[in-house]
Design a protein around this ligand. Structure first.
Ligand code: SF4
Length: 230
């Protein structure tokens, strides 16, 4: 089976998913789109109003900014893969709840396992935190916000720095929606995209081959199993 077929099969399962309450309020799932063979995958937070209406990621003003940022470094929406942590829209565009992230994360992990990108660009704090679990504890302090447990990661500290987890290369970026409202973040995200261009021009740090996931057909999800995985 090719990657596209695996993704189609996974998408059909996500379309039937009701593992959290967002499955009842969505209009469409926003599964993700782009080149399944791309070495670069962008992971945002959750669909907003317009994404929910048509089932595509990043279609509003934030999407236009993302398109422009990609174009500035010679990429396009068609040449990368774009997905979100949540596949369904939280009502009123509120922040994702931890239990929603827990319920939906297995879908994203399977998507990543199928695409196997060399680098995952997290867009915003929620995407970074969700992918952060694989970061070795010895590397966490560098990106810590100094929270009570010393383990919470800060987008302010981590953006624009390559993080190698046990399985992934993660390049944290500010969310384009945040950059739309704050000129300083807009400048930062532009600079980080320039760094991304430079990173992509060199060989990416190798992920240990034994930790790379072999592509296998998506399995039927189970809420109890999902909660254990986060
Ligand atoms: S777990 Fe994900 S795909 Fe399933 S209903 Fe919740 S947000 Fe939608």
């Amino acid at each position: 089976m090719e990657k596209e077929e695996h993704l189609e099969e996974l998408k059909r399962r996500v379309e039937d998913c009701r593992n959290c309450p967002l499955g009842r309020s969505r209009k469409y799932i926003v599964f993700g789109e782009g080149d399944s063979e791309s070495q670069v995958m962008f992971v945002g937070e959750a669909p907003g109003y317009y994404e929910d209406q048509i089932g595509k990621p990043f279609v509003g003003q934030a999407g236009k900014l993302l398109d422009n940022l990609l174009a500035e470094i010679g990429l396009s929406r068609q040449s990368v893969y774009i997905a979100n942590i949540l596949k369904c829209r939280p009502p009123g565009n509120r922040d994702p709840l931890p239990e929603e992230i827990n319920a939906c994360k297995p879908h994203l992990m399977k998507q990543i396992d199928i695409i196997q990108p060399s680098i995952i660009c997290s867009l915003g704090r929620f995407a970074l935190i969700s992918l952060y679990k694989g970061l070795p504890s010895s590397g966490r302090e560098k990106f810590s916000s100094g929270g009570r447990d010393g383990k919470s990661i800060s987008i302010t500290a981590a953006h624009g720095k390559l993080i190698q987890t046990e399985k992934y290369n993660i390049f944290p970026l500010y969310h384009p929606a945040a950059a739309l409202h704050q000129p300083t973040l807009l400048q930062s995200i532009k600079e980080d995209f320039a760094k991304l261009k430079e990173l992509l021009s060199k060989p990416m740090p190798e992920i240990r081959p034994d930790l790379k996931t072999k592509i296998k057909p998506p399995e039927k999800t189970d809420t109890e199993e999902q909660m254990k995985l986060f």
